[in-house]
Design a protein. Structure first.
Length: 122
């Protein structure tokens, strides 16, 4: 039993370190953080994502609202473990960006896609 509890403690410690929360986060914080990641995933992985592997474009405010916290962008970045995140400037005159999930196996065709500002890789 102690070995099993030790394993759980090691996993929790690694997850807190991965999130960059050593000394800030506690095991009791992880369920709410994971729930926020799932909410962001559900927003960005719409029906289109299920069929094509490419999700819908979402603004920062939409992502933060879905996450239910101001750290919504951090929760989106947590998804980089499994997906690519494409980022595009929505309006060239403003600092307004949109983001979408893309399955790692999906390659973009430059002729059919808008210019990509940056791509975050997981």
């Amino acid at each position: 039993m102690k070995k099993r509890e030790g394993h759980w403690h090691d996993e929790v410690t690694r997850e807190i370190a991965r999130l960059g929360g050593q000394g800030i986060l506690y095991p009791r914080d992880l369920p709410s953080l994971h729930a926020a990641v799932h909410k962001v995933f559900r927003l960005m992985a719409d029906r289109q994502f299920q069929n094509t592997g490419v999700g819908c474009w979402c603004t920062r405010s939409e992502i933060e609202k879905a996450a239910g916290q101001l750290e919504g962008m951090r929760r989106m970045r947590d998804l980089r473990r499994w997906f690519h995140i494409d980022c595009e400037r929505r309006n060239r005159d403003k600092r307004e960006f949109v983001y979408r999930l893309r399955h790692r196996s999906v390659r973009l065709d430059g002729d059919n896609e808008p210019e990509q500002i940056s791509i975050y890789h997981f």
